[in-house]
Design a binder for this molecule. Structure first.
Ligand SMILES: [Zn+2]
Length: 175
């Protein structure tokens, strides 16, 4: 994909570089005295940063337990016949071996703070997984059939495996 880049040099700018997208054009603001090699470096660097930010698309559910509960209601309605209603959903400090956990008898779900920064579609998978446990406690065929209603389940499992491996966490199981 080719992008238009517009570099603006500013005499007032001393050290900082910033950038933003204006439609298809990436505008990069740099100090006036930068060399063209530095300019080239920073254009590439800022493009990488901006695109990464764009692709991440974190979930609004990251903001609070209430936002998390709201997202659970939406996902339950969309994929689980509105039939998986937790009594509480909470962000919790990172757990040693789990991304999230659920106590079906009490209807409670806990989600690791480690997941606050994953893309929204990955967090959605985690929530669908835990919500499905409110209907089927075991990881059996019936359970995975419920999870499979969420179209990005396979991809999200792959993403989480990669994340776990990259962080050296050994977190592969959801509970
Ligand atoms: Zn599970």
């Amino acid at each position: 994909m080719s992008r238009k880049v517009e570099v603006r040099r500013s005499a007032r700018r001393k050290r900082t570089v910033s950038a933003y997208f204006d439609g298809d054009t990436m505008v990069v603001l740099i100090p006036a005295r930068m060399s063209s090699a530095e300019e080239e470096h920073w254009v590439a660097e800022m493009e990488r940063k901006l695109l990464r930010g764009k692709n991440r698309r974190v979930s609004p559910a990251r903001q609070s337990d209430e936002a998390l509960m709201q997202r659970c209601r939406e996902l339950s309605a969309q994929y689980l016949d509105g039939d998986a209603q937790p009594t509480s959903v909470r962000w919790v400090p990172p757990m040693r071996t789990r991304w999230a956990s659920c106590t079906p008898a009490e209807g409670t779900i806990r989600v690791s703070d480690r997941l606050r920064d994953v893309p929204a579609w990955v967090l959605d998978y985690i929530l669908v997984h835990e919500l499905a446990h409110l209907r089927v406690a075991a990881h059996n065929k019936e359970f995975w059939a419920l999870c499979a209603r969420y179209p990005k389940t396979e991809r999200a499992i792959g993403y989480l495996e990669g994340l776990s491996a990259a962080a050296g966490l050994g977190l592969t199981e959801l509970d």
